[in-house]
Design a protein around this ligand. Structure first.
Ligand code: PEP
Length: 254
């Protein structure tokens, strides 16, 4: 596939996997995908497995991501994890503003933005998630929703910070439902996001920023989705929990 932007595929394991199960999966990924250079492959285990997983992937091309972090550097924030704590485990990426956190933890665009700035301050690359609900799509307001999320979640990022960030377009109705966006729907949303980045930053930033698609990505639909001109990778939930499906997604995407 001939794209300027390198594909990036990240597995979001959510609240799944004990340390032993996480190690089992990364050992398998190392074995199966050792030679793959065309894709940046990121695994995002739960916090409890970061330390052990980081040791296993040290000598591989796999990269480590976290599923969330605090916007604060430290202090009296019970249950929170700071960017510097993630850095201790060689974490390079952090998922921010996942729709599950926006829904269950009521995370706002403003909070996501503060987290993105805190991530950059610690040299972590944020994977900032945006996406419309089914009701919003059916009401014809997808672009309006994406525009507001982009402006709210990325306000104040410098051009350099923006192009070092990853965006994940994840229509909420496609997450964990088995119903992925069609390639045409994904491409249309990604093209809109890129146009919005050009208006917010500039054409160069828009051209360089990688935009992942997320929502029921599986081996059978990866190739078509990834071959869209503005789709630069995938954020994968359910199908990233199993060695065969994640390796097939990666192989089918190249
Ligand atoms: C996700 O949670 O980011 C996701 C895309 O999940 P799934 O692949 O299971 O739809």
């Amino acid at each position: 596939m001939n794209k300027d932007r390198k594909l990036i595929i990240a597995g979001n394991w959510k609240m799944n996997k004990t340390v032993a199960e996480a190690l089992d999966l990364v050992h398998g990924l190392k074995r199966e995908l050792a030679g793959v250079k065309e894709v940046d492959l990121v695994v995002c285990p739960p916090f409890t497995a970061l330390s052990e997983v980081s040791k296993v992937i040290l000598d591989s091309t796999l990269r480590l991501g976290a599923q969330n972090m605090s916007d604060q550097p430290g202090g009296a924030y019970t249950g929170e994890i700071s960017a510097m704590m993630l850095k201790e485990f060689s974490v390079r990426y952090v998922i921010l503003g996942h729709s599950e956190r926006r829904q269950y933890q009521r995370e706002s665009d403003e909070l996501v933005c503060r987290k993105a700035l805190a991530a950059h301050a610690a040299a972590l690359k944020p994977i900032v998630c945006i996406g419309e609900t089914l009701a919003e799509r059916e009401a014809g307001s997808t672009e309006q929703v994406l525009d507001a999320q982009l402006k709210g979640s990325l306000a104040g990022l410098s051009k350099d910070q923006m192009q070092e960030s990853i965006l994940a377009y994840e229509p909420v109705w496609a997450i964990g439902t088995g119903r992925n966006a069609t390639a045409e729907q994904a491409q249309a949303a990604h093209a809109f996001i890129r146009r919005t980045l050009a208006a917010m930053f500039d054409e160069t930033v828009a051209r360089r920023t990688r935009i992942q698609y997320g929502g029921s990505v599986k081996p059978a639909n990866a190739r078509e989705l990834m071959s869209q001109p503005d789709v630069d990778g995938a954020l994968v939930g359910g199908a990233s929990l199993e060695l065969r499906s994640l390796t097939d997604i990666v192989k089918n995407s190249i």
